[in-house]
Design a protein around this ligand. Structure first.
Ligand code: HEC
Ligand code: HEC
Ligand code: HEC
Ligand code: HEC
Ligand code: HEC
Ligand code: HEC
Ligand code: HEC
Ligand code: HEC
Length: 317
């Protein structure tokens, strides 16, 4: 990646927010789901002790973070990964725009989310869009971050540098994931991993590559059932000394999907199908998604399959 383009790209490229499918997936995993008070003018008392509302009637003695986290604990409702209840460092404090209120000098949920929109009888129904963010929906998720974090301090920032003394640098994860995923988990088919943007948009925040990269016709192409079967068989070939025809048979019979080459949430080829965004040793060796992980500085273009043979991982000839 060359020096400046990624910042320019941030400004240029319209990137979609993580869509409702991700929230829906998170929801499906939860059992004890809280009632959604946002967008329902009959539920003022979820947050206020009186139906008329008002600042002085806020539950939890007006401690907003505790109020929000009483539902947003990752179980009853989605958890927020960004730190709250901290006093901004002097450098950051100077950056925070005037329309992002602090409470007694500290950052709270309300600094970024304009919940007062929920306090009107004529409020828009939930989901009311881009998470009630102050200033509305920016063109790009990182633009919102840069309202406070100075882009210059991140220019040489390398999100593929993910380990320090063998431990995951969890704040790095948040540039791509809305939460820190557990590294010990097993890959799941068509999981969203709470990525901040779907598919290529995530990478195009920082990387400018041609639409025809690496060969025209790949971005967002969906592999056919035959191709998926072949990809799966090719993957097994590395481990099992069997002829391809037999591996294809196994893949067909077991309806086995490729594991080391992830597709996007809609089953299409995307940047991270070919490139592994994680640093080597972040995911344990046995995890198929660890294949092709590169060091902090790429030595092999972070390709999941050794260069020269990346095409044959999906194409039979
Ligand atoms: C009574 C439980 C409850 C409380 C209290 C609560 N929420 Fe929520 N909130 C929910 C539920 C349920 C959803 C739907 C998403 C989900 O299931 O996680 C939601 C959704 C949201 C969303 C996404 C809305 C959208 O339209 O995309 C935001 C942002 C949010 N809450 C912020 C807050 C903040 C900030 C507070 C504190 C002022 C708060 N919530 C208090 C239950 C609650
Ligand atoms: C309203 C201002 C504001 C916005 C907007 C904002 N942050 Fe922050 N962020 C802070 C403050 C304040 C801290 C606490 C650390 C500090 O003061 O230096 C912080 C800390 C962090 C940290 C921890 C770094 C550390 O030094 O421990 C990360 C990572 C981070 N923010 C990422 C993001 C991302 C990603 C976004 C966009 C989704 C974002 N921030 C949006 C104000 C903001
Ligand atoms: C520094 C800014 C910042 C702070 C502070 C913050 N949020 Fe958020 N929040 C965001 C941004 C940006 C998004 C939307 C994009 C995303 O999920 O990456 C978001 C999204 C959400 C969502 C919707 C998630 C989804 O997937 O639809 C919920 C719920 C939420 N926040 C709750 C909270 C709660 C509760 C707090 C306080 C504990 C809080 N937020 C504090 C910036 C912030
Ligand atoms: C998700 C939690 C939540 C819900 C639901 C909610 N409120 Fe609020 N309300 C708040 C918070 C937090 C504040 C403080 C806002 C601030 O300081 O910016 C507030 C502030 C208020 C205020 C004072 C506004 C001001 O400018 O001083 C009134 C009045 C109010 N709410 C009425 C209502 C009514 C009426 C409803 C139902 C239609 C309602 N609220 C629903 C969280 C909520
Ligand atoms: C540059 C973007 C990026 C960064 C930074 C990043 N990830 Fe990911 N992560 C992804 C993408 C894309 C996927 C989905 C494709 C895959 O599994 O490789 C993913 C998937 C995962 C998975 C699921 C893999 C599996 O076993 O199924 C885990 C676990 C994970 N990330 C952990 C982390 C942790 C921990 C960090 C921080 C140390 C991190 N990631 C930082 C982009 C990123
Ligand atoms: C079908 C596989 C494939 C897909 C999909 C793919 N790449 Fe590549 N990429 C490659 C190969 C192979 C190379 C090795 C050098 C070359 O042939 O251009 C490469 C090289 C790169 C490089 C380093 C060389 C350069 O051109 O700067 C970057 C950065 C890169 N890709 C980013 C991306 C991004 C971002 C996306 C998604 C928009 C993406 N790639 C999608 C296969 C792929
Ligand atoms: C916040 C900015 C940022 C994001 C987001 C990001 N990258 Fe990178 N990427 C970098 C930087 C900085 C480097 C240079 C470090 C290195 O040498 O590998 C890099 C290097 C790479 C390389 C090696 C380039 C080469 O010359 O061989 C590839 C491939 C790559 N990234 C793919 C991805 C993919 C795929 C994603 C999305 C899942 C992604 N990146 C998201 C900043 C980013
Ligand atoms: C992640 C899987 C994957 C990888 C790796 C991959 N391809 Fe493809 N390729 C596809 C898919 C999917 C299509 C579109 C559907 C089809 O043709 O079956 C495609 C289509 C093509 C086409 C036809 C394009 C068109 O416009 O019809 C060519 C030529 C091609 N690939 C060559 C390559 C070369 C050369 C490489 C190595 C640099 C490569 N592919 C790597 C999945 C892949």
């Amino acid at each position: 990646m060359s020096r400046l383009p990624w910042l320019v790209a941030v400004l240029w490229l319209a990137v979609l927010w993580p869509g409702p499918t991700q929230a829906a997936e998170g929801k499906a995993k939860r059992k004890d789901i809280a009632q959604n008070p946002h967008g329902d003018s009959g539920l003022c008392s979820s947050c206020h002790t009186s139906a008329a509302g008002g600042r002085e009637t806020l539950r939890f003695g007006g401690n907003v973070s505790r109020l929000c986290q009483s539902c947003h604990d990752g179980r009853r409702a989605i958890r927020e990964a960004h730190v709250v209840d901290v006093i901004p460092s002097p450098m950051l404090a100077r950056q925070i725009p005037g329309d992002f209120p602090l409470a007694g000098g500290t950052l709270t949920c309300l600094t970024c989310h304009d919940i007062a929109q929920n306090c009107r009888a004529d409020q828009p129904p939930a989901p009311s869009g881009p998470a009630l963010l102050r200033g509305g929906r920016p063109r790009d998720p990182l633009l919102f971050c840069f309202r406070c974090h100075a882009p210059e301090s991140y220019r040489p920032f390398n999100p593929h540098d993910q380990l320090e003394a063998g431990k995951p640098k969890t704040d790095t994860c948040l540039w791509c994931h809305a939460d820190v995923p557990p590294v010990g988990s097993q890959p799941r088919e068509s999981a969203s991993y709470e990525l901040r943007a779907p598919g290529a948009a995530l990478c195009r925040n920082c990387h400018v590559v041609a639409q025809s990269h690496p060969v025209a016709g790949h971005m967002s192409a969906a592999p056919s059932a035959d191709m998926l079967q072949y990809m799966s068989a090719y993957e097994m070939k590395a481990k099992m000394r069997l002829p391809l025809a037999q591996l294809l048979e196994i893949a067909r019979a077991a309806k086995r999907m490729p594991r080391s080459i992830p597709l996007d949430a809609d089953g299409r080829v995307t940047c991270y199908s070919c490139h592994n965004p994680h640093e080597k040793d972040l995911l344990p060796e046995g995890n198929p998604r660890a294949v092709g992980a590169d060091s902090k500085q790429a030595t092999n273009h972070r390709l999941r399959i050794p260069q020269g043979s990346v095409c044959v991982a999906c194409h039979q000839k």
